[in-house]
Design a protein around this ligand. Structure first.
Ligand code: ARG
Length: 457
Protein backbone atom coordinates (compact mmCIF):
# COMPACT_ATOMS: atom_id res chain seq x y z
CA UNK A 1 0.00 0.00 0.00
CA UNK A 2 1.32 3.40 -1.00
CA UNK A 3 1.49 5.58 2.08
CA UNK A 4 0.08 9.07 2.32
CA UNK A 5 0.83 9.27 5.97
CA UNK A 6 3.56 6.65 6.58
CA UNK A 7 5.98 8.95 8.42
CA UNK A 8 4.54 8.63 11.89
CA UNK A 9 3.92 4.90 11.64
CA UNK A 10 6.24 1.96 12.28
CA UNK A 11 3.85 -0.76 11.24
CA UNK A 12 1.83 -1.45 8.09
CA UNK A 13 -1.96 -1.26 8.34
CA UNK A 14 -3.57 -4.63 8.97
CA UNK A 15 -5.13 -5.97 5.74
CA UNK A 16 -8.62 -6.24 7.17
CA UNK A 17 -8.35 -2.77 8.65
CA UNK A 18 -7.26 -1.45 5.30
CA UNK A 19 -10.18 -3.11 3.54
CA UNK A 20 -12.62 -1.78 6.12
CA UNK A 21 -11.19 1.73 5.91
CA UNK A 22 -10.73 2.16 2.18
CA UNK A 23 -13.22 4.00 -0.03
CA UNK A 24 -11.67 3.68 -3.49
CA UNK A 25 -14.04 0.84 -4.36
CA UNK A 26 -16.85 3.39 -4.39
CA UNK A 27 -15.35 6.90 -4.43
CA UNK A 28 -13.49 6.16 -7.69
CA UNK A 29 -16.42 7.81 -9.40
CA UNK A 30 -15.29 11.16 -8.01
CA UNK A 31 -12.02 11.04 -9.98
CA UNK A 32 -12.98 13.62 -12.61
CA UNK A 33 -14.15 15.99 -9.92
CA UNK A 34 -11.01 15.32 -7.88
CA UNK A 35 -8.86 16.22 -10.89
CA UNK A 36 -10.94 19.28 -11.72
CA UNK A 37 -10.57 20.51 -8.13
CA UNK A 38 -6.84 19.80 -8.06
CA UNK A 39 -6.28 21.72 -11.29
CA UNK A 40 -8.09 24.76 -9.86
CA UNK A 41 -6.07 24.44 -6.64
CA UNK A 42 -2.65 24.34 -8.33
CA UNK A 43 -3.51 27.13 -10.76
CA UNK A 44 -4.31 29.25 -7.71
CA UNK A 45 -1.14 28.09 -5.90
CA UNK A 46 0.93 29.33 -8.83
CA UNK A 47 -0.93 32.62 -9.04
CA UNK A 48 -0.16 33.12 -5.33
CA UNK A 49 3.51 32.22 -5.94
CA UNK A 50 3.28 29.20 -3.67
CA UNK A 51 4.49 26.87 -6.46
CA UNK A 52 6.36 27.73 -9.67
CA UNK A 53 4.90 28.06 -13.15
CA UNK A 54 6.80 24.95 -14.28
CA UNK A 55 5.50 22.92 -11.38
CA UNK A 56 1.94 24.06 -12.02
CA UNK A 57 2.21 23.22 -15.73
CA UNK A 58 3.66 19.79 -15.00
CA UNK A 59 0.92 19.02 -12.47
CA UNK A 60 -1.92 20.19 -14.72
CA UNK A 61 -0.54 18.24 -17.68
CA UNK A 62 -0.05 15.16 -15.51
CA UNK A 63 -3.57 15.35 -14.12
CA UNK A 64 -5.07 15.65 -17.60
CA UNK A 65 -3.05 12.64 -18.74
CA UNK A 66 -4.27 10.64 -15.75
CA UNK A 67 -7.87 11.60 -16.46
CA UNK A 68 -7.58 10.50 -20.09
CA UNK A 69 -5.74 7.33 -19.12
CA UNK A 70 -8.50 6.38 -16.70
CA UNK A 71 -11.24 7.21 -19.19
CA UNK A 72 -9.57 5.24 -21.94
CA UNK A 73 -8.79 2.26 -19.73
CA UNK A 74 -5.00 2.67 -19.60
CA UNK A 75 -5.06 3.15 -15.83
CA UNK A 76 -7.20 0.98 -13.61
CA UNK A 77 -8.20 1.72 -10.05
CA UNK A 78 -5.96 -0.65 -8.17
CA UNK A 79 -7.11 -1.28 -4.70
CA UNK A 80 -3.81 -0.68 -2.96
CA UNK A 81 -4.91 2.90 -2.38
CA UNK A 82 -7.06 4.17 0.41
CA UNK A 83 -9.25 6.49 -1.59
CA UNK A 84 -9.56 8.33 -4.88
CA UNK A 85 -7.58 11.31 -3.56
CA UNK A 86 -4.54 9.25 -2.59
CA UNK A 87 -4.85 7.25 -5.80
CA UNK A 88 -4.73 10.32 -8.06
CA UNK A 89 -1.89 11.87 -6.08
CA UNK A 90 0.16 8.67 -6.20
CA UNK A 91 -0.38 8.32 -9.96
CA UNK A 92 0.67 11.92 -10.42
CA UNK A 93 3.91 11.45 -8.49
CA UNK A 94 4.57 8.24 -10.45
CA UNK A 95 4.07 10.16 -13.68
CA UNK A 96 5.80 13.51 -13.11
CA UNK A 97 8.02 12.96 -10.08
CA UNK A 98 8.79 15.55 -7.41
CA UNK A 99 6.56 18.34 -8.72
CA UNK A 100 3.62 16.03 -8.04
CA UNK A 101 4.45 16.11 -4.35
CA UNK A 102 3.58 19.80 -4.25
CA UNK A 103 -0.03 19.42 -5.41
CA UNK A 104 -1.38 18.90 -1.91
CA UNK A 105 0.24 22.09 -0.53
CA UNK A 106 -2.25 24.05 1.58
CA UNK A 107 -4.92 21.37 1.29
CA UNK A 108 -6.28 18.44 3.29
CA UNK A 109 -8.25 15.47 2.09
CA UNK A 110 -10.99 16.85 4.31
CA UNK A 111 -11.60 19.95 2.21
CA UNK A 112 -10.72 17.99 -0.92
CA UNK A 113 -13.42 15.37 -0.40
CA UNK A 114 -15.87 18.08 0.64
CA UNK A 115 -15.20 19.78 -2.68
CA UNK A 116 -15.30 16.62 -4.81
CA UNK A 117 -18.58 15.49 -3.36
CA UNK A 118 -20.09 18.92 -3.78
CA UNK A 119 -19.00 19.12 -7.42
CA UNK A 120 -20.39 15.65 -8.07
CA UNK A 121 -23.72 16.25 -6.35
CA UNK A 122 -24.09 19.67 -8.02
CA UNK A 123 -23.89 18.00 -11.46
CA UNK A 124 -26.32 15.31 -10.45
CA UNK A 125 -28.85 17.87 -9.22
CA UNK A 126 -28.81 19.29 -12.76
CA UNK A 127 -29.07 15.86 -14.38
CA UNK A 128 -32.06 14.86 -12.27
CA UNK A 129 -33.66 18.18 -13.11
CA UNK A 130 -33.19 17.55 -16.83
CA UNK A 131 -34.82 14.13 -16.52
CA UNK A 132 -37.77 15.69 -14.70
CA UNK A 133 -38.12 18.20 -17.50
CA UNK A 134 -38.35 15.34 -20.03
CA UNK A 135 -41.00 13.68 -17.88
CA UNK A 136 -42.96 16.94 -17.66
CA UNK A 137 -42.89 17.32 -21.44
CA UNK A 138 -44.47 13.89 -21.84
CA UNK A 139 -47.09 14.65 -19.18
CA UNK A 140 -47.82 17.92 -21.00
CA UNK A 141 -48.28 16.09 -24.30
CA UNK A 142 -50.68 13.60 -22.72
CA UNK A 143 -52.61 16.44 -21.08
CA UNK A 144 -52.91 18.39 -24.34
CA UNK A 145 -54.30 15.34 -26.13
CA UNK A 146 -56.78 14.37 -23.42
CA UNK A 147 -58.72 17.48 -22.43
CA UNK A 148 -61.96 15.63 -23.19
CA UNK A 149 -60.97 12.11 -22.19
CA UNK A 150 -63.27 11.42 -19.26
CA UNK A 151 -62.36 9.24 -16.33
CA UNK A 152 -63.63 8.86 -12.79
CA UNK A 153 -61.91 10.84 -10.07
CA UNK A 154 -61.60 8.93 -6.80
CA UNK A 155 -61.56 9.60 -3.09
CA UNK A 156 -61.01 6.69 -0.68
CA UNK A 157 -60.55 4.61 -3.88
CA UNK A 158 -64.28 5.09 -4.47
CA UNK A 159 -65.59 6.83 -7.53
CA UNK A 160 -66.27 10.43 -6.60
CA UNK A 161 -66.74 12.85 -9.48
CA UNK A 162 -65.80 12.72 -13.15
CA UNK A 163 -62.54 14.31 -14.22
CA UNK A 164 -60.40 14.04 -17.35
CA UNK A 165 -57.09 12.41 -18.11
CA UNK A 166 -55.68 15.91 -18.65
CA UNK A 167 -56.78 16.95 -15.20
CA UNK A 168 -55.53 13.80 -13.49
CA UNK A 169 -52.13 14.06 -15.16
CA UNK A 170 -52.06 17.76 -14.35
CA UNK A 171 -51.87 16.83 -10.66
CA UNK A 172 -48.60 15.03 -11.38
CA UNK A 173 -47.37 17.95 -13.47
CA UNK A 174 -47.73 20.09 -10.35
CA UNK A 175 -45.84 17.55 -8.21
CA UNK A 176 -42.87 17.25 -10.54
CA UNK A 177 -42.84 21.02 -11.07
CA UNK A 178 -42.44 21.44 -7.30
CA UNK A 179 -39.70 18.80 -7.35
CA UNK A 180 -37.76 20.87 -9.88
CA UNK A 181 -38.23 23.91 -7.73
CA UNK A 182 -36.78 22.04 -4.75
CA UNK A 183 -33.76 21.01 -6.82
CA UNK A 184 -33.13 24.56 -7.91
CA UNK A 185 -33.19 25.85 -4.34
CA UNK A 186 -30.80 23.07 -3.25
CA UNK A 187 -28.47 24.00 -6.11
CA UNK A 188 -28.50 27.61 -5.04
CA UNK A 189 -27.84 26.86 -1.36
CA UNK A 190 -25.05 24.35 -1.96
CA UNK A 191 -23.17 26.36 -4.54
CA UNK A 192 -20.34 27.55 -2.27
CA UNK A 193 -16.78 26.28 -2.42
CA UNK A 194 -15.28 24.52 0.64
CA UNK A 195 -11.72 24.25 -0.75
CA UNK A 196 -9.20 26.15 1.36
CA UNK A 197 -10.77 25.06 4.63
CA UNK A 198 -7.79 22.76 5.06
CA UNK A 199 -8.17 20.00 7.62
CA UNK A 200 -10.54 22.20 9.64
CA UNK A 201 -8.92 25.53 10.43
CA UNK A 202 -7.80 26.97 7.10
CA UNK A 203 -4.09 27.21 6.32
CA UNK A 204 -1.19 29.59 6.84
CA UNK A 205 -0.60 29.78 3.08
CA UNK A 206 -1.89 32.84 1.32
CA UNK A 207 -4.63 30.98 -0.62
CA UNK A 208 -7.04 32.88 -2.85
CA UNK A 209 -10.22 30.98 -2.08
CA UNK A 210 -12.44 33.30 -4.09
CA UNK A 211 -10.35 32.69 -7.18
CA UNK A 212 -10.70 28.89 -6.85
CA UNK A 213 -14.39 29.25 -6.19
CA UNK A 214 -14.91 31.29 -9.37
CA UNK A 215 -12.85 28.84 -11.43
CA UNK A 216 -15.08 26.01 -10.29
CA UNK A 217 -18.30 27.89 -10.99
CA UNK A 218 -19.34 28.53 -7.40
CA UNK A 219 -21.20 31.57 -6.14
CA UNK A 220 -18.47 32.18 -3.56
CA UNK A 221 -16.27 30.54 -0.93
CA UNK A 222 -17.81 29.12 2.26
CA UNK A 223 -17.41 31.27 5.37
CA UNK A 224 -16.48 28.84 8.13
CA UNK A 225 -13.69 26.30 7.64
CA UNK A 226 -15.00 23.87 10.28
CA UNK A 227 -18.45 23.82 8.74
CA UNK A 228 -16.91 23.54 5.25
CA UNK A 229 -15.30 20.18 5.99
CA UNK A 230 -18.17 18.73 7.97
CA UNK A 231 -21.24 19.96 6.12
CA UNK A 232 -23.20 17.27 4.31
CA UNK A 233 -26.53 19.12 4.45
CA UNK A 234 -26.63 19.39 0.68
CA UNK A 235 -26.46 15.57 0.39
CA UNK A 236 -29.27 15.22 2.90
CA UNK A 237 -31.36 17.89 1.17
CA UNK A 238 -30.76 16.22 -2.17
CA UNK A 239 -31.71 12.80 -0.76
CA UNK A 240 -34.87 14.37 0.71
CA UNK A 241 -35.73 15.85 -2.69
CA UNK A 242 -35.00 12.50 -4.37
CA UNK A 243 -37.21 10.76 -1.81
CA UNK A 244 -40.04 13.16 -2.62
CA UNK A 245 -39.59 12.52 -6.35
CA UNK A 246 -39.78 8.79 -5.66
CA UNK A 247 -42.86 9.25 -3.51
CA UNK A 248 -44.52 11.01 -6.46
CA UNK A 249 -43.35 8.39 -8.97
CA UNK A 250 -44.50 5.65 -6.63
CA UNK A 251 -48.01 7.07 -6.28
CA UNK A 252 -48.20 7.47 -10.04
CA UNK A 253 -46.94 3.88 -10.48
CA UNK A 254 -49.56 2.60 -8.09
CA UNK A 255 -52.28 4.23 -10.22
CA UNK A 256 -50.83 2.82 -13.41
CA UNK A 257 -50.76 -0.65 -11.89
CA UNK A 258 -54.42 -0.28 -10.93
CA UNK A 259 -55.45 1.19 -14.29
CA UNK A 260 -53.59 -1.61 -16.07
CA UNK A 261 -55.35 -4.33 -14.08
CA UNK A 262 -57.96 -6.62 -15.59
CA UNK A 263 -60.64 -5.08 -13.42
CA UNK A 264 -59.98 -1.54 -14.64
CA UNK A 265 -58.48 -1.78 -18.12
CA UNK A 266 -58.21 2.03 -18.32
CA UNK A 267 -54.83 1.81 -20.03
CA UNK A 268 -52.67 -0.57 -21.93
CA UNK A 269 -48.93 -0.57 -21.38
CA UNK A 270 -46.74 -0.96 -24.41
CA UNK A 271 -45.24 -4.42 -24.90
CA UNK A 272 -41.78 -2.89 -24.68
CA UNK A 273 -42.53 -1.72 -21.14
CA UNK A 274 -44.26 -4.87 -19.86
CA UNK A 275 -43.15 -8.36 -19.01
CA UNK A 276 -44.78 -11.76 -19.19
CA UNK A 277 -45.16 -14.65 -16.81
CA UNK A 278 -43.15 -17.85 -17.08
CA UNK A 279 -46.25 -19.94 -16.41
CA UNK A 280 -49.37 -17.89 -17.20
CA UNK A 281 -49.46 -17.11 -20.93
CA UNK A 282 -52.19 -14.47 -20.61
CA UNK A 283 -50.13 -12.19 -18.34
CA UNK A 284 -48.77 -8.79 -19.21
CA UNK A 285 -47.28 -7.41 -16.04
CA UNK A 286 -46.53 -3.79 -15.14
CA UNK A 287 -43.08 -4.66 -13.75
CA UNK A 288 -41.56 -1.25 -14.42
CA UNK A 289 -44.22 0.55 -12.41
CA UNK A 290 -43.88 -2.03 -9.65
CA UNK A 291 -40.10 -1.67 -9.54
CA UNK A 292 -40.33 2.11 -9.41
CA UNK A 293 -42.77 1.77 -6.52
CA UNK A 294 -40.47 -0.77 -4.88
CA UNK A 295 -37.25 1.18 -5.32
CA UNK A 296 -38.76 4.09 -3.41
CA UNK A 297 -37.81 2.18 -0.26
CA UNK A 298 -34.09 2.19 -0.95
CA UNK A 299 -34.06 5.91 -1.70
CA UNK A 300 -35.86 6.66 1.59
CA UNK A 301 -33.32 4.30 3.18
CA UNK A 302 -30.43 6.40 1.90
CA UNK A 303 -31.95 9.53 3.40
CA UNK A 304 -32.54 7.89 6.78
CA UNK A 305 -29.08 6.37 6.70
CA UNK A 306 -27.25 9.64 6.12
CA UNK A 307 -29.39 11.57 8.60
CA UNK A 308 -28.53 8.94 11.20
CA UNK A 309 -24.84 8.89 10.31
CA UNK A 310 -24.61 12.66 10.69
CA UNK A 311 -26.57 13.06 13.91
CA UNK A 312 -23.79 12.28 16.38
CA UNK A 313 -20.74 13.66 14.62
CA UNK A 314 -18.88 16.36 16.53
CA UNK A 315 -17.05 19.06 14.58
CA UNK A 316 -15.13 18.82 12.38
CA UNK A 317 -14.31 15.96 9.95
CA UNK A 318 -14.77 12.41 11.23
CA UNK A 319 -14.41 9.26 9.19
CA UNK A 320 -18.11 8.50 9.65
CA UNK A 321 -18.67 10.97 6.86
CA UNK A 322 -17.15 8.60 4.32
CA UNK A 323 -20.50 6.81 4.68
CA UNK A 324 -22.16 9.65 2.75
CA UNK A 325 -21.11 8.18 -0.56
CA UNK A 326 -22.41 4.70 -1.30
CA UNK A 327 -26.02 5.43 -0.40
CA UNK A 328 -26.02 8.81 -2.07
CA UNK A 329 -24.60 7.35 -5.28
CA UNK A 330 -27.07 4.48 -5.17
CA UNK A 331 -30.01 6.82 -4.60
CA UNK A 332 -28.94 9.08 -7.47
CA UNK A 333 -28.52 6.15 -9.89
CA UNK A 334 -31.83 4.67 -8.82
CA UNK A 335 -33.84 7.87 -9.18
CA UNK A 336 -32.34 8.70 -12.57
CA UNK A 337 -33.20 5.23 -13.91
CA UNK A 338 -36.68 5.42 -12.44
CA UNK A 339 -37.53 8.83 -13.92
CA UNK A 340 -36.15 7.82 -17.31
CA UNK A 341 -37.96 4.49 -17.55
CA UNK A 342 -41.16 5.86 -16.10
CA UNK A 343 -41.13 8.59 -18.77
CA UNK A 344 -40.81 6.00 -21.54
CA UNK A 345 -43.54 3.89 -20.00
CA UNK A 346 -46.15 6.65 -19.88
CA UNK A 347 -45.06 8.02 -23.24
CA UNK A 348 -45.96 4.71 -24.90
CA UNK A 349 -49.06 3.65 -22.96
CA UNK A 350 -52.52 3.83 -24.53
CA UNK A 351 -55.74 5.00 -22.91
CA UNK A 352 -58.97 3.01 -23.34
CA UNK A 353 -61.16 6.11 -23.63
CA UNK A 354 -64.47 4.23 -23.86
CA UNK A 355 -63.76 2.08 -20.79
CA UNK A 356 -62.77 5.13 -18.77
CA UNK A 357 -65.83 7.15 -19.86
CA UNK A 358 -68.14 4.25 -19.01
CA UNK A 359 -66.50 3.90 -15.64
CA UNK A 360 -66.81 7.65 -15.08
CA UNK A 361 -70.59 7.35 -15.57
CA UNK A 362 -71.04 4.44 -13.16
CA UNK A 363 -70.95 4.72 -9.43
CA UNK A 364 -73.15 7.82 -9.13
CA UNK A 365 -70.29 10.20 -9.99
CA UNK A 366 -72.97 12.71 -11.01
CA UNK A 367 -74.73 12.68 -7.62
CA UNK A 368 -73.14 15.98 -6.55
CA UNK A 369 -74.26 17.55 -9.82
CA UNK A 370 -77.79 16.23 -9.29
CA UNK A 371 -77.81 17.93 -5.87
CA UNK A 372 -76.44 21.12 -7.42
CA UNK A 373 -79.30 20.96 -9.95
CA UNK A 374 -81.83 21.16 -7.14
CA UNK A 375 -79.84 23.96 -5.48
CA UNK A 376 -80.05 25.97 -8.70
CA UNK A 377 -83.83 25.45 -8.60
CA UNK A 378 -83.87 27.02 -5.12
CA UNK A 379 -83.39 24.16 -2.65
CA UNK A 380 -80.80 24.66 0.14
CA UNK A 381 -77.74 22.41 -0.45
CA UNK A 382 -78.15 20.33 2.73
CA UNK A 383 -81.76 19.45 1.76
CA UNK A 384 -80.69 18.66 -1.80
CA UNK A 385 -77.98 16.35 -0.42
CA UNK A 386 -80.71 14.46 1.46
CA UNK A 387 -83.00 14.18 -1.58
CA UNK A 388 -80.22 12.86 -3.81
CA UNK A 389 -79.18 10.44 -1.08
CA UNK A 390 -82.71 9.04 -1.21
CA UNK A 391 -82.58 8.94 -5.01
CA UNK A 392 -79.25 7.04 -4.95
CA UNK A 393 -80.74 4.51 -2.55
CA UNK A 394 -83.73 4.08 -4.89
CA UNK A 395 -81.36 3.59 -7.82
CA UNK A 396 -79.28 1.00 -5.95
CA UNK A 397 -82.45 -0.92 -5.03
CA UNK A 398 -83.56 -0.81 -8.65
CA UNK A 399 -80.13 -1.42 -10.08
CA UNK A 400 -79.97 1.67 -12.27
CA UNK A 401 -78.11 4.96 -12.68
CA UNK A 402 -79.70 8.35 -11.91
CA UNK A 403 -79.93 9.19 -15.61
CA UNK A 404 -81.75 5.87 -16.25
CA UNK A 405 -84.71 6.94 -14.08
CA UNK A 406 -87.80 8.23 -15.87
CA UNK A 407 -88.96 11.75 -15.08
CA UNK A 408 -91.92 10.19 -13.24
CA UNK A 409 -89.58 8.20 -10.99
CA UNK A 410 -87.55 11.36 -10.32
CA UNK A 411 -90.61 13.45 -9.59
CA UNK A 412 -91.80 10.78 -7.17
CA UNK A 413 -88.59 11.39 -5.20
CA UNK A 414 -89.03 15.17 -5.47
CA UNK A 415 -91.38 17.33 -7.61
CA UNK A 416 -88.63 19.87 -8.35
CA UNK A 417 -87.06 17.53 -10.97
CA UNK A 418 -87.82 18.54 -14.55
CA UNK A 419 -86.84 17.43 -18.04
CA UNK A 420 -83.63 19.47 -17.99
CA UNK A 421 -82.16 17.23 -15.26
CA UNK A 422 -80.76 14.76 -17.83
CA UNK A 423 -78.61 17.35 -19.52
CA UNK A 424 -77.55 18.80 -16.16
CA UNK A 425 -76.10 15.49 -15.00
CA UNK A 426 -74.60 14.19 -18.24
CA UNK A 427 -70.92 13.32 -18.08
CA UNK A 428 -70.12 16.14 -20.48
CA UNK A 429 -71.93 18.72 -18.34
CA UNK A 430 -70.43 17.40 -15.13
CA UNK A 431 -66.94 17.99 -16.51
CA UNK A 432 -67.52 21.10 -18.61
CA UNK A 433 -69.35 22.98 -15.86
CA UNK A 434 -66.48 22.50 -13.42
CA UNK A 435 -65.08 25.89 -14.20
CA UNK A 436 -63.35 26.91 -10.98
CA UNK A 437 -59.68 27.72 -11.34
CA UNK A 438 -57.79 24.41 -11.18
CA UNK A 439 -60.86 22.31 -12.06
CA UNK A 440 -61.16 19.79 -14.94
CA UNK A 441 -63.33 21.78 -17.37
CA UNK A 442 -61.45 21.81 -20.70
CA UNK A 443 -61.78 25.61 -20.84
CA UNK A 444 -59.95 25.97 -17.54
CA UNK A 445 -57.44 23.27 -18.39
CA UNK A 446 -56.51 25.12 -21.59
CA UNK A 447 -55.55 28.15 -19.50
CA UNK A 448 -53.40 25.97 -17.27
CA UNK A 449 -51.79 24.35 -20.31
CA UNK A 450 -50.82 27.80 -21.60
CA UNK A 451 -49.04 28.46 -18.32
CA UNK A 452 -47.29 25.08 -18.50
CA UNK A 453 -46.29 25.72 -22.10
CA UNK A 454 -44.48 28.92 -21.07
CA UNK A 455 -42.93 27.06 -18.16
CA UNK A 456 -41.55 24.33 -20.42
CA UNK A 457 -40.04 26.73 -22.94
N1 ARG B 1 -12.18 8.86 1.95
C1 ARG B 1 -12.42 9.94 2.83
C2 ARG B 1 -13.92 10.28 2.82
O1 ARG B 1 -14.59 9.85 1.96
C3 ARG B 1 -11.64 11.13 2.42
C4 ARG B 1 -11.26 12.06 3.53
C5 ARG B 1 -10.29 11.40 4.41
N2 ARG B 1 -9.79 12.29 5.38
C6 ARG B 1 -9.17 11.82 6.47
N3 ARG B 1 -8.72 12.70 7.29
N4 ARG B 1 -9.02 10.55 6.68
O2 ARG B 1 -14.43 10.93 3.67
Amino acid sequence: MAGLWGGRFTKKTDDEVFAFNESLTFDYRLFEKDIEGSIAHVVMLEKQHIISLEEKDAIVKGLITIKNDINEGRIEFSHDYEDVHSFVEAKLIELIGDAGKKMHTGRSRNDQVALDMRLYVRDEVVKVDELLLELLKVIFRIMSENLNTYMPGFTHMQKAQPVTVAHHFGAYFEMFRRDRDRLSSIHKRMNYCPLGAGALAGTTYDLDRDYVSTMLGFEGATLNSMDSVSDRDYCIEFLAALSTIMMHLSRFSEEIIIWNSNEYQFIELDDAYSTGSSIMPQKKNPDIAELVRGKTGRVYGALMSLLTTMKGIPLAYNKDMQEDKEMTFDAIDTVKDCIHLFTGMIDTMKFNDAVMAKSAMNGFTNATDAADYLVKKGMPFRDAHGVIGELVLYCIDNNKAIEDCTIEELKAIHPMFEGDIYDAISLKTCVEKRLTKGAPSPDRMREVLNIYKDYLN
